[in-house]
Design a protein around this ligand. Structure first.
Ligand code: PFF
Ligand code: NA
Length: 448
């Protein structure tokens, strides 16, 4: 797989690895999902719980996934099975790997639909569709897209084709290069957009909204949403980070690397919030407008600022790239699994997995128009896929990962592998044996 080739490239393996892991982590979750979840959940209280979840639960699980992958040197399901066997534990731990792979498949199906929106908006910025529009005009553009199954299908199909094409070739050599230019470019653009937010006169309001909590707005439901998003945004509970870890050398410091990836992911998400909320307040837009939030706010800014066409084009291109690098990481473990369990070749496996995810994605995109009726638990297909993965599968798989690492593997060997001793070791064990699993369990049970 990709990272193995990357190690032979002329970057240090640590840098190549950070780039691939960051490419998976930074995506639609940061720029599309995080802001609208903040908006739906009432602001700062959600943000602070989210940050807590990232630090106390997300970071340790990220490290645990890499550790399992590095030791297993195999795909997530096999790695779990082998490590369990070596430690004399039940082989059933393998199910943690399997459920991760299934989750990746389900996420990919609806992730690609949003990737399609991003493609369509890239096109819209070139044609100047945002120029001079007011909030109503921009809203109309978005609603017209949602109302058109054909348009959504076209975007979803092109996006999935790109993903399939890249993965079928075994992930292009250009991927890490793309990520390496993408991150700084995204960072710079974010600064520009936050700068624009400052000119709206509503930046202070946005800051307060994001960081000054009103704790009464917090519910069990919100905490579960924050936890689920912590998993989603770091690509955890999907076997992905395990698969990436399996290409790691012993010399890489997992804790330090995890800190780097987590910081980049968090900075991009908060940057997106700081760019979007001033525009929401300045235009009296609906905070809880859900998945459409960035598509009805940012174009408003692009349509009414100097160089808006160029900046809009850059933004949606970058968003599409970020979505692609994450989607690739979603398809990869599914393909590996199909390839190993069936006689199919890599290309055939990619086609089978990709086409299956594409077909499921069609049900997801019809949720916005022809098939908006609830199918289960009062949710339509899109919401069902989103909630099922973020709120159930990711946290449960992550819980399995952390319990396995903390309680089934030799704790002293783990501490040694992470370069921990003394207080650091005690802290690591306290977090991974108790704080993180109990946190996940409590949030999970209280939300039921
Ligand atoms: N972490 C990606 C994002 O924030 O957009 C999305 C994602 C990728 C989720 C891979 C899950 C995953 F396994
Ligand atoms: Na992310």
């Amino acid at each position: 797989m990709s990272i193995k080739q990357h190690q032979h490239a002329h970057w240090s393996s640590r840098l190549a690895f950070i780039l691939a892991a960051t490419g998976s982590a930074v995506g639609l979750g940061n720029i599309w999902k995080f802001p609208y979840m903040v908006g739906e959940s009432g602001g700062a209280a959600f943000v602070l719980v989210y940050l807590l979840c990232i630090a106390l639960i997300g970071l340790p699980i990220l490290v645990a996934e890499w550790l399992i992958g590095r030791r297993g040197q195999n795909n997530p399901a096999n790695a779990m099975a082998d490590l369990a066997k070596a430690a004399g534990k039940p082989k059933a731990w393998m199910l943690v790997g399997v459920s991760g792979i299934l989750g990746a498949f389900l996420i990919l199906s609806f992730y690609s639909v949003i990737g399609g929106w991003s493609l369509y908006y890239t096109l819209n910025s070139v044609t100047g569709a945002f120029s001079g529009q007011d909030a109503d005009g921009i809203g109309e553009l978005f609603n017209a897209m949602l109302a058109s199954p054909g348009l959504l299908l076209a975007g979803h199909s092109v996006f999935m084709l790109l993903v399939i094409g890249i993965v079928a070739r075994g992930v292009t050599k250009g991927l890490e290069g793309a990520v390496r230019t993408l991150m700084p470019a995204l960072g710079i653009l974010m600064v520009v957009l936050v700068g624009y937010g400052m000119t709206t006169g509503h930046f202070g309001e946005a800051l307060a909204y994001l960081f000054n909590p009103n704790w009464s707005a917090l519910s069990g439901e919100t905490v579960l949403a924050a936890l689920g998003h912590a998993f989603f945004t770091l690509s955890l509970g999907m076997g992905i980070m395990m698969a990436y870890g399996s290409y790691l050398g012993e010399e890489v410091n997992l804790l330090k690397t995890a800190r780097t990836v987590v910081i980049m992911d968090t900075v991009i998400a908060l940057g997106a919030g700081l760019a979007i909320f001033p525009i929401v307040f300045a235009n009296g837009l609906d905070l809880a407008s859900g998945p459409g939030l960035i598509f009805v706010t940012l174009p408003l800014a692009f349509g009414n600022m100097g160089a808006g066409i160029v900046l809009g084009l850059m933004f949606f291109l970058l968003l599409t790239f970020a979505a692609l690098t994450s989607a690739i990481s979603l398809l990869e473990p599914v393909v590996e699994f199909v390839e190993e369990r069936t006689p199919l070749s890599r290309v055939a496996s990619t086609l089978v997995a990709g086409i299956a995810a594409w077909a499921l994605g069609i049900a997801a995109l019809l949720s916005f128009n022809l098939w908006s009726d609830p199918v289960l638990f009062g949710l339509n297909v899109f919401d069902l896929l989103d909630k099922l993965t973020s709120k159930f599968m990711l946290p449960l798989t992550g819980l399995g990962v952390i319990l396995f690492t903390a309680w089934q593997l030799d704790r002293h060997a783990v501490a040694k592998e992470l370069g921990l001793s003394g207080a650091g070791e005690t802290l690591w064990h306290a977090v991974t044996r108790f704080i993180a699993p109990i946190g996940v369990a409590v949030v999970f049970i209280s939300s039921l």
